[in-house]
Structure formats: structure tokens, C-alpha cells
Ligand binder design. Structure first.
Ligand SMILES: [Zn+2]
Length: 151
């Protein structure tokens, strides 16, 4: 796994989301992609993308990324249950981080406008919401973003 450490600096200084738990959330998100790869979700998404236009492919990407946010917080829930690792304020750090890297926030900051069809990771509200879902359930079966967002 590769993490560009300058992203941590950006998270702290640029996006106002400092803290060790915010950093752990970033790592857990990347591990979440590995889990998706292991259980075959990445392959399914790749295949489905081929039949879609750019907007549809982006929508699928958002579902995949939000699932990863959910998997990251399932990790946090279970790590805390097993080893009591969460400290006061950690949850807020994670939520602030999830919120600060939503596509709407980033687009507004860098482009001055928001284009939902071009989202690839989900809005701040969506990222916070799926982070909370995994944290409350601690169960990966609650992370079926594909079903939830295809209603
Ligand atoms: Zn991701």
C-alpha cells in the first residue's frame, strides 16, 4: 500500500482535518479498496463500467468509494472493540476528514462550482453518512452502497 504523506499535510493544513485518527481513516480507506479487490467487487465494478457512459461510470465510482469509507469505519468499530483504541475526539476527527474531502467541497474550492455528475468519491454529506453507517453497525453487510444508491 502506498500513501503520499503530503496528503496528511494537506489534510491538516489545507482541509482543517488534523489528527491521528484522520490519518488512520485514510489508511483504512485504502485497505478498504484492497478488501474490495479481494472479494471481487473491483472486478465487478470494472466490468459494469464498460457498458456505461462517463456519468454512469462516475456514479459507480462514487458507490465504490463510499463503500470504502464504510469499510474504513467498520474497521474503526472493530479495532475499538478489540483494543479500545478510539480516544475522545477521534470520531469527530474522522467525520471532519470525511467531510473535508467530499467532492462538492473540493470542487467548490478548486473550481468555484459544483458538478455532481463528475463526482467520483461522493459529496461531503455522503462520505459522512457512510462513515457513520459503518461505525454504528461494525458490519460490512451494512456497506452495500451499490444497492442503497440504486433505489
Ligand atoms: Zn478511494
Amino acid at each position: 500500500m502506498y500513501i503520499d504523506l503530503s496528503f496528511y499535510r494537506d489534510l491538516k493544513d489545507g482541509y482543517g482535518a488534523p489528527g491521528d485518527f484522520a490519518q488512520a481513516y485514510v489508511i483504512a480507506h485504502e485497505v478498504g479498496h484492497h478488501v474490495q479487490n479481494q472479494i471481487g467487487i473491483m472486478e465487478q465494478v470494472e466490468r459494469a463500467r464498460q457498458d456505461l457512459d462517463q456519468v454512469g461510470a462516475n456514479r459507480l465510482s462514487v458507490m465504490q468509494e463510499l463503500q470504502t469509507d464504510c469499510l474504513a469505519s467498520v474497521w474503526a468499530y472493530n479495532a475499538d472493540r478489540a483494543r479500545d483504541v478510539l480516544e475522545q475526539g477521534d470520531i469527530k476527527e474522522g467525520l471532519d476528514a470525511a467531510s473535508s474531502i467530499g467532492d462538492d467541497r473540493l470542487q467548490m474550492e478548486y473550481q468555484g462550482k459544483v458538478t455532481p455528475d463528475s463526482f467520483t468519491h461522493g459529496s461531503s454529506a455522503q462520505r459522512v453518512s457512510w462513515f457513520k453507517t459503518g461505525l454504528e453497525s461494525g458490519d460490512i453487510t451494512s456497506c452495500n452502497t451499490f444497492e442503497a444508491m440504486n433505489q
